[in-house]
Design a protein around this ligand. Structure first.
Ligand SMILES: NC(=O)c1ccc[n+]([C@@H]2O[C@H](COP(=O)([O-])OP(=O)(O)OC[C@H]3O[C@@H](n4cnc5c(N)ncnc54)[C@H](OP(=O)(O)O)[C@@H]3O)[C@@H](O)[C@H]2O)c1
Length: 321
């Protein structure tokens, strides 16, 4: 169906096309990074579905200002979080589960502003790996009972992990080198590793919990903004993102996230990396119209399992399977 400018759907178009306006009343969602350019669009679209939103943010007063007219106090609650600290994530998770026993949707969108030099969090992990991946991995583990409890045949629970086409640049470092212990640090490579970790986390969630009604997708949310494109410190990434083929306004960067989060075609499904509102094609495929493809390493069950095991050890949790 034709939509708006340039015939591309907006996030709100996806909500309307799926006939989801007001359809998720009574259900809860948690969205990280909600005060980012992407986050504001996600909040606006998901609020229109009737979902009650819990937004973990570093600064609630600032978030209200940033959200602007997307802030609806009747639909939105905040909890404080600092993704650079695993203790803060544990504290935030405690507050979230004190508000609701059932969570139908978790959107992991937060990203940190990296420095060009190696920085470790106070827990001792490389900053981008720690914030983009580990903090979300811990948050997922702590909210998993509520996600499983919320799953219903008509709307099975979903985890949406906002990744990036930049994950194509680099897979996971080897065991013992996630924090660049063995080689020189490169901020753009560290970003790519953290985004590959996002993809792997979604793939592994699907493998482990899909049959229990908890599904996960990872999503390329490329757009031209002041956000991640400027943060990686990688000039080539900046140029990549500014190329005409990748040029999308914010409202056209988020539809894929919203489609994964509430779209009917993804009901009861997961384990895919999405780009441009669909499963991303393989590299060099004729479908590769936008330069946003899967890498050879986008699906790698062995590395997905390794990351899961190592991440559990890093956050100090035991496997539940
Ligand atoms: N922008 C792009 O072109 C692009 C392309 C592909 C993928 N992506 C992905 O899309 C997602 C959003 O990116 P974006 O560029 O829209 O983000 P952004 O504008 O840089 O915003 C980052 C968000 O994370 C929050 N945040 C930062 N540090 C935090 C911390 N220590 N604790 C808690 N929250 C923290 C920020 O909150 P405050 O504002 O309050 O600090 C903000 O809400 C990311 O996963 C990114 O990798 C972006």
């Amino acid at each position: 169906m034709p939509h708006s400018v340039h015939d591309e759907p907006t996030a709100m178009d996806i909500v309307r096309d799926n006939n989801m306006e007001g359809k998720l009343l009574g259900k809860w969602a948690v969205i990280t990074g909600s005060s980012s350019v992407t986050g504001i669009e996600i909040v606006r679209a998901l609020a229109a579905t009737g979902l009650r939103l819990i937004l973990p943010v570093p600064n609630q007063a600032k978030a209200i200002v940033t959200l602007g007219d997307a802030y609806n106090p009747n639909r939105i609650e905040f909890v404080t979080i600092d993704h650079t600290s695993l203790d803060s994530v544990r504290e935030a998770a405690k507050h979230i589960v004190s508000k609701t026993e059932k969570i139908s949707l978790l959107v992991c969108n937060e990203t940190v502003t990296p420095s060009p030099d190696l920085q470790l969090t106070k827990d001792g992990f490389e900053m981008q790996f720690a914030t983009n991946h580990l903090s979300h991995f811990l948050l997922f583990q702590l909210l998993k009972p509520e996600l499983l409890a919320a799953s219903r045949p008509r709307f099975q629970s979903r985890v949406i992990i906002v990744a990036c086409a930049e994950h194509n640049r680099h897979g996971l470092n080897e065991r013992g080198n996630y924090n660049f212990e063995k080689r020189g640090y490169d901020s753009a490579i560290a970003y790519a590793q953290s985004k590959t970790a996002n993809v792997y986390m979604a793939n592994e969630i699907e493998r482990r919990y899909g049959s229990r009604g908890l599904h996960a997708l990872s999503i390329d949310s490329a757009q031209i903004t002041v956000g991640a494109a400027q943060q990686t410190g990688g000039e080539s990434l900046r140029l990549d993102l500014q190329s005409e083929a990748r040029s999308k306004s914010c409202s056209r960067g988020t539809p894929t996230i919203i489609r994964g989060a509430i779209g009917r075609e993804w009901e009861g499904k997961g384990g895919r990396y999405l780009s441009h509102c669909a499963g991303a094609p393989s590299k060099n495929s004729e479908e590769d119209l936008h330069g946003t493809t899967c890498a050879k390493h986008t699906y790698s069950p062995a590395d997905e399992a390794r990351l899961w095991e190592d991440s559990l050890e890093m956050i100090g949790l035991l496997d539940d399977q």
